[in-house]
Design a protein around this ligand. Structure first.
Ligand code: ADP
Ligand code: MG
Length: 327
């Protein structure tokens, strides 16, 4: 569905050239859910803007369903629905007017528009409010309206640029329900950018992006497997932390430490070392607590780039086993 080759985008500003996208190669299959995960400034929006014909690439090619985005932007636009990072609704119009305008832009007939507006607004639970000005909508309602609008013309590819940023958890969940519904019902292909790890988790494949490049591309499961079987976090007297780290390094060759809070650090347990409890029992300095969890995508990102995608606590894995007291 999507084919990207040697894609590069350089912005020339007053201060000189800035390479936002620096050589991307990837394909997205029909019906696939593909995620781009990366911190702010990684180049996600720039990539999405090129795919949706808003920006021209500096180098390289992009095709959508075999149509080149620079040669045939109009035909490409018919195939895609885009939900932008920055809201793009007209808030002086009602929901129904925003939808109708969009339908006209896409050349839908009056009957098609009427049927489709009713169906989509009902799906996102806004039919009762259809005549109200968007100005009076909450953030979550606006987002739902944007999703309804993005799906209105039956796009084959839905592109979402950080669609749930700044929304409360309940609205985020609702939006995901619509997106998965569209995917299941219509076999839609989905390309998502996000810096929320749990949104990238449910993708078929995901690319981790940093400074304009992909630093990894695989299924979420395979990426997490590369980190190691488990992440161990230890808590001890802050003065003893360095001592414990050097013991772990000398005895077990463990090198990748990550400081958590004061007096607490974590490390991926190398696969060939075995049981975490046995490792920790060899430490002679008192350990106040030990936590063992499965690696998450933040661990993957840290291992590859040396820094986290997001510092939010939402990144925490639900698969915790906590040991307190004497080990
Ligand atoms: N129109 C522009 N002009 C100059 N620099 C830009 C422009 N758009 C984006 N950039 C720069 O390109 C880089 C990537 O930005 P962006 O694609 O928005 O990243 P992301 O969406 O991953 O946060 C950033 O360094 C950003 O400042
Ligand atoms: Mg962005």
């Amino acid at each position: 569905m999507v084919k990207v080759r040697h894609l590069k985008k350089i912005f020339y500003t007053g201060k000189g050239a800035r390479t936002a996208v620096n050589g991307l190669d990837f394909d997205v299959r029909k019906g696939e859910f593909f995620a781009l995960l990366g911190p702010n400034g990684a180049g996600k929006t720039t990539t999405i803007s090129i795919l949706s014909t808003i920006l021209k690439p500096t180098e390289g090619t992009v095709s959508i369903d075999s149509l080149d985005v620079t040669q045939e932007p109009h035909r490409v636009r018919q195939k895609i629905g885009v939900i932008f990072q920055d809201p793009s609704l007209d808030d002086r119009l009602s929901a129904i007017e925003n939808m109708d305008f969009h339908g006209r832009l896409y050349g839908m007939s009056s009957l098609q528009r009427k049927e489709r507006i009713q169906f989509m607004l009902s799906t996102v639970d806004l039919w009762e409010r259809r005549h109200d000005l968007v100005r009076t909508y909450s953030g979550g309602m606006r987002r739902r309206l944007e999703i309804a609008r993005g799906l209105m013309h039956f796009p084959e590819l839905l592109i979402l640029d950080e669609p749930t940023i700044g929304l409360d958890p309940a609205t985020r969940r609702t939006i995901w329900e619509y997106v998965h519904f569209a995917r299941k019902e219509w076999g839609m292909t989905i390309l998502l950018t996000t810096h929320y790890l749990e949104e990238a988790e449910s993708a078929d494949r995901l690319a981790i992006m940093n400074e304009g490049r992909f630093v990894a591309l695989d299924t979420p499961e395979n990426l997490k497997k590369q980190v190691g079987p488990e992440i161990v976090t230890l808590e001890s007297d802050p003065d003893k932390i360095e001592l414990i780290k050097s013991f772990l390094c000398e005895q077990f060759g463990i090198k990748e430490f990550r400081d958590e809070r004061i007096g607490s650090f974590s490390f991926p347990l190398p696969a060939d070392i075995g049981n975490a409890i046995h490792v920790v029992q060899k430490i002679t300095v008192p350990i106040q607590a030990m936590t063992i969890r499965s690696p998450d995508l933040d661990d993957v990102f840290i291992q590859i780039t040396g820094k986290g995608v997001s510092s939010s606590s939402e990144a925490a894995s639900p698969f915790h086993r906590v040991y307190r007291g004497k080990l």
